[in-house]
Design a protein around this ligand. Structure first.
Ligand SMILES: [Cu+2]
Length: 180
């Protein structure tokens, strides 16, 4: 096998590993983002292992719902008056770029009160799981450092993925062009 082919295979393996690392979580699973059926979004999020680099999908009928990213206080009181950001396509994807709590509510009057609210708690990936963490109230009181759609620089897998991609693609082009 030529060196360039070996390099190509290696880079593809690296890319495949990185891609398979990030999970996609659909809020509410098959039920989606709704007030029908009294979905317990707290229970839903408790069963997930959210990581930086994962994608969250809110799927809903855009005529009846929306997605507002809010602070912990606004989440608790269902205050939709000044969201950090609002999504309303009915198929909203959010890439997790930082650790901590990410609070979302539906901004349609009455819906948050009816339970259409979710707390996505993104924990640091650690094989030794039992590391002590700051108290949840201290973490929750922090205003999230970045608006969701913007990638934030942080020491994590997402950052290394971007670096790997930026490194791999030019190399790949180089390798391919050498065959022409
Ligand atoms: Cu709603």
């Amino acid at each position: 096998m030529a060196l360039v082919e070996r390099a190509l295979v290696f880079l593809m393996m690296v890319a495949a590993f990185q891609v398979s690392h990030a999970a996609v979580h659909k809020v509410g699973d098959s039920a989606g983002w709704t007030i029908i059926g009294n979905i317990d979004y707290k229970k839903w999020s408790a069963t997930k292992n959210f990581q930086v680099g994962d994608t969250i999908i809110f799927e809903y009928n855009a005529k009846f719902h929306n997605v507002m990213r809010v602070t912990h206080g606004m989440y608790k009181s269902c205050n939709a008056s000044s969201p950090l950001s609002t999504l309303s396509t009915g198929n909203d994807t959010i890439k997790i770029t930082n650790y901590g709590h990410h609070f979302f509510i539906c901004g349609i009057p009455g819906h948050c009160q009816a339970g259409q609210k979710v707390d996505i708690n993104v924990v640091k990936a650690s094989p030794a799981a039992a590391a002590p963490t700051p108290s949840s109230s201290a973490m929750a009181s922090q205003v999230p450092p970045a608006t969701v759609p913007l990638p934030a620089p942080s020491p994590n897998n997402a950052a290394s993925f971007i670096v790997a991609k930026g490194f791999a693609l030019p190399l790949l082009a180089l390798a391919l062009s050498s065959y022409a």
